[in-house]
Design a protein around this ligand. Sequence first.
Ligand SMILES: NC(=O)c1ccc[n+]([C@@H]2O[C@H](COP(=O)([O-])OP(=O)(O)OC[C@H]3O[C@@H](n4cnc5c(N)ncnc54)[C@H](OP(=O)(O)O)[C@@H]3O)[C@@H](O)[C@H]2O)c1
Length: 392
Amino acid sequence: MKNITILGATGSIGDSTLAVLDLHPDKFQIFALSANTNWQKMLDLCQKYQPKIVVMRDEKSAEKLQNGLKNSSKNSSKKSANNTQILAGKQALNDIAAAAETDFVMAAIVGAAGMESGLAAAQAGKRVLLANKESLVLAGDLFINAVRENNAELIPVDSEHSAIFQCLSGRSGLSKIQLTASGGPFLHTRLEKLQNVSVAEAINHPNWSMGRKISVDSATMMNKGLEVIEAHYLFGLAARQIEVVIHPQSILHSSVYFADGSTISQLGRADMRSAIAYALAYPQRMDSGVAALDLAEASPLEFYPPDLDKFACLRLAFAALEQGGNACAALNAANEVAVDGFLNGKIGFLDIAKIIEKTLEKMPNLPVDNLQNILENDQKSRQIALELLQKL
Ligand SMILES: NC(=O)c1ccc[n+]([C@@H]2O[C@H](COP(=O)([O-])OP(=O)(O)OC[C@H]3O[C@@H](n4cnc5c(N)ncnc54)[C@H](OP(=O)(O)O)[C@@H]3O)[C@@H](O)[C@H]2O)c1
């Protein structure tokens, strides 16, 4: 029996993880769950899973959850939900990630906010199931060193990286990898129409059902840019060994190209439960609840190169990776500020890339090698991006 902590349990990846765990009560037990503010959903999760600990990042939400649990146990004969210990704040997130009682940690908080708890899990030598790509974008070297030095296991959950991880298993002679990208909701929208697209249009992904931030990232293709940086750290590859190809059907999840001219790809339905089940069961495989692929039904599968003028965010991510130092972290911070501005109706869709590009120009390029300067760099980049946003 493996004990698991799910960071970001109330999100889209949290839902899929719990759906996979529901199929295997004999193999996994939930130790701890976390969320930010969604105490109502967490109340339901407490009643269903009765975790030992729950952490709400937001203190007021932790109080509301505590009261909700008290009231529900008064009104029900089931007293056990009350045994869950409710904690709040950032340190408590790190603690449940590093706790001796947990074996696996699903890192599925959205954005830079997920970095420190993921890092804490790596430092504690856990199996880290990494959905939070921003951790590597922000603190790649630090994170990978923590995994190495503490004998942690880092298993990617992003479907493309899971695909490459699966294709690479035990094979040598790699020449390059290719990440597939669906192209998002605006693949066929002309550039001049993009400035006025609405939030609802931007988060309406054709193939994947995801949280709002990553859905906007998919529409700008920054999601693919973050994944390029994630792949650099996960697989130790130079930027020139990482390619992106558009594949609107999201059936082929990614490919590895070998020195002898062979290509190995991983295919499956666009459902995150497959990659999550793989990361949980590795090196075995287990039922994920996802049906097998029907290739005839999925045909035709199309592939073409991305338009880097239209999807400027992808171009900026490659440029930041080439630049190194704090550029990837600055890119991530500016993206989070700009996406938030877009989601709140403050800027247009094309302004997202403009804010990121200008932030990168304004931020001095410096090395980032410890947690303190990673966090300072993140804050400084956010400040610059916010000033740019307010001037637009
Ligand atoms: N969704 C996908 O299919 C997919 C695929 C590949 C990779 N990923 C990656 O997985 C991560 C999660 O994505 P998602 O789509 O599941 O996001 P989501 O649906 O927005 O869920 C985010 C989770 O993080 C929590 N959270 C938000 N802000 C937080 C903060 N400041 N501190 C602590 N917890 C916080 C949320 O809690 P509340 O509910 O209380 O707000 C929620 O549990 C992202 O890094 C994304 O890039 C997602």
